[in-house]
Write a protein that binds this ligand. Structure first.
Ligand SMILES: [Zn+2]
Length: 94
């Protein structure tokens, strides 16, 4: 972290952890300006909600794709059976 006044390097003489996050008292090594920074931890609850939504979207996409492929497969099998072809060279017993 650089000093907002002179962009010099800073040191952290005091750091505290609170329920809201981390508070750091910083002092510029060049001009001596003191300031405080606050770091809020990433909300685990927000992350969990996002992950749940993401997982649902992926599951729906997979189900949709499986249904589509399944329908396509049945269509191909139906066409093969209708053609009376028994030697299908697919290795799949029809
Ligand atoms: Zn400074």
């Amino acid at each position: 972290m650089y000093c907002p006044k002179c962009h010099g390097g800073t040191r952290v003489p005091d750091s505290r952890t609170t329920a809201q996050g981390q508070t750091r008292r910083r002092k510029c090594l060049v001009c001596g300006y003191c300031f405080t920074t606050y770091e809020r931890p990433k909300s685990l609850l927000d992350e969990k909600v996002l992950d749940t939504e993401k997982t649902k979207m992926i599951a729906h996409a997979l189900i949709f794709e499986m249904e589509r492929l399944s329908a396509e497969l049945f269509k191909v099998f139906g066409e093969i059976q209708e053609s009376g072809c028994t030697d299908n060279n697919t290795g799949i017993d029809l």
